[in-house]
Each structure stands twice: as structure tokens, then as C-alpha cells.
Design a protein around this ligand. Structure first.
Ligand SMILES: Nc1ncnc2c1ncn2[C@@H]1O[C@H](COP(=O)(O)OP(=O)(O)OP(=O)(O)O)[C@@H](O)[C@H]1O
Ligand SMILES: [Mg+2]
Length: 255
């Protein structure tokens, strides 16, 4: 049996001399949520861009369920089941909420009718059904971000990569989103990577964490284990934080 995982192996990325990723490896299994954490500019988004093919590494490979994807364009990786959201929302604003989702299902090869059914199911799941005929441009920010994720799921991905999906949401919107995300891995046999700066949120949601700083992995493993690593605390909060009982250490990890 081929392994069911999305993997980055020894990735190096450079942007005009700046080494954004320095020999980083990552694996994501289906059915789990991996939190990718690290300070601003540490390389988190770049690593997602490497997995999806938006950024080409200087060296290193990306494999999906054992297949080498390194030479494939983003749209071909999407067809293999790797979907993402962006740090900023990118919906079709002149289409309705339902159409935004249908389009993704049709692109994946469903008929119009099947796409409509898949869209309605996702709209229910994401508490967006009552807004299905509204133009995407009329949505508030939190709803827009949920539509974006529902749209990514319409293509029935195996792996979903979420770059700060809760950024800019209020507390209610963000906890609604987290409730939905928490169910997805089991329901859809889906692997999720989530990047977020909200540590309590990350610790409740994730099964496993990988921490990066300055383009290098500084810790990986169980949530409880990684959050206690001195290198992680230091990277996040500065060396002084090691002396204090930092707030983010008090969050309750995933059961
Ligand atoms: N397209 C690009 N061209 C040049 N430099 C880039 C590019 N994309 C990222 N960088 C640089 O690479 C480094 C890593 O950036 P990246 O966006 O991956 O960080 P991040 O961990 O996602 O940060 P944040 O938490 O702020 O989103 C930064 O120094 C950034 O300025
Ligand atoms: Mg980023």
C-alpha cells in the first residue's frame, strides 16, 4: 500500500539571496491537523507555497501519497488533491456564494447537477445555506473566509492547507470556523495544515505541531511537547519569556 501522506523533503528556498527555507522537511498524514507555527517571516507561507507549487525550491522534493510532484504546476497538484486557502481572501465577487462553490466542484469534473448538490451540502455544513444566493461581494469578512474554505473542499481534496484562516475574524466567527475544521479530518479523511498566530486556537485544534524560525524547523511533535520547547518559546516571545509563565502555555491542548 502506498503511504497516505503529503511530504516535503529537505526544502531549500532562496529569494534573491535570502534563504527563506533552509533544509525543511514536513509530513502531513490524512486524518490529522498539523499546526505550522513560527514568528513573522519565518517561512510558513513559503513552505505552503512549495507544497502547492507556487514557489519552486532551489532543492528538495514534494511527494503526495508516494508520488513525486516536484515538477508539477499548482493546478496539477490541485487535481491530485492538494488545495489551499490564501492569507487574503480570493473569491469571485461577481458570483453568488453557491456559484463560487459550484465552480470548484465543476473544475474537479462533477456535472452541474452533482456540483449543485455538493455545494448545497457544503453550504449546510458551513452554516452558509441561507446566504447561498447572495453575491460573494455582499458577505462580511468571516463569511467570506468560510466560503473560501468550503470552495476548497468542493474539489474533495485529500490535503487542505490553510494560511491564517481565522485572521481578521472576531471571536465568534473564529470559534465557528474551528468547530467546522475540527470535524473535517475524520469526516473526509482529510489532512489539514493550519498556520495561525493564535496559539490557544492552534493548541485546541491541532493533533501535532511543527515550529519553524528563520527558515529552519526548531521543533515538531505533540502539541504539549512542542509548546514547551525552550527554542519555541524563545522564538515566539523572546528569551525573556523563558523566565515567565507565558499566557500561551496555559491554553488547553487537543484532547
Ligand atoms: N516572493 C518573495 N520574494 C522575496 N522574498 C520573499 C517572498 N516571499 C517571502 N519572502 C521572504 O521570505 C521570508 C519568509 O516569508 P514567509 O511569508 O514565508 O513568512 P511567514 O512565516 O509566512 O510570515 P507571516 O507570519 O508574517 O505570514 C521573509 O523574509 C519574507 O520577506
Ligand atoms: Mg505567512
Amino acid at each position: 500500500m502506498t503511504e497516505q501522506s503529503l511530504r516535503a523533503h529537505s526544502i531549500i528556498v532562496e529569494f534573491s539571496g535570502l534563504r527563506a527555507l533552509d533544509n525543511v522537511s514536513l509530513h502531513l498524514n490524512r486524518g490529522e491537523i498539523l499546526g505550522l507555527i513560527g514568528p513573522n517571516g519565518s517561512g510558513k507561507t513559503t513552505l505552503i507555497n512549495v507544497l502547492t507549487g507556487q514557489v519552486k525550491p532551489v532543492s528538495g522534493t514534494v511527494t503526495c501519497d508516494g508520488e513525486d510532484l516536484s515538477a508539477l504546476l499548482p493546478r496539477h497538484r490541485a487535481l491530485r488533491g492538494i488545495m489551499r486557502s490564501f492569507q487574503t481572501v480570493r473569491l469571485f465577487h461577481n458570483l453568488t456564494v453557491r456559484e463560487n462553490i459550484e465552480v470548484a466542484a465543476i473544475a474537479k469534473g462533477l456535472s452541474r447537477k452533482q456540483a449543485g448538490r455538493a455545494a448545497d451540502q457544503l453550504l449546510e455544513e458551513f452554516s452558509l445555506f441561507h446566504q447561498r444566493f447572495e453575491l460573494a461581494s455582499a458577505l462580511n469578512y468571516g463569511d467570506e473566509r468560510r466560503v473560501e474554505i468550503a470552495r476548497a473542499l468542493a474539489a474533495s481534496p485529500k490535503y487542505l492547507l490553510l494560511d491564517e484562516p481565522a485572521a481578521g475574524m472576531n471571536e465568534e466567527e473564529s470559534s465557528m470556523l474551528m468547530e467546522i475544521l475540527a470535524r473535517l479530518p475524520q469526516e473526509r479523511n482529510l489532512g489539514i495544515i493550519i498556520i495561525d498566530h493564535d496559539m490557544p486556537l492552534i493548541m485546541r485544534l491541532c493533533h501535532r505541531l511543527q515550529a519553524i524560525a528563520q527558515g529552519k524547523t526548531i521543533g515538531e511533535g505533540g502539541v504539549d511537547e512542542v509548546r514547551r520547547l525552550p527554542a519555541v518559546i524563545e522564538a515566539y516571545l523572546g528569551a525573556d519569556a523563558l523566565e515567565h509563565d507565558a499566557d500561551y502555555m496555559k491554553a488547553t491542548p487537543h484532547a
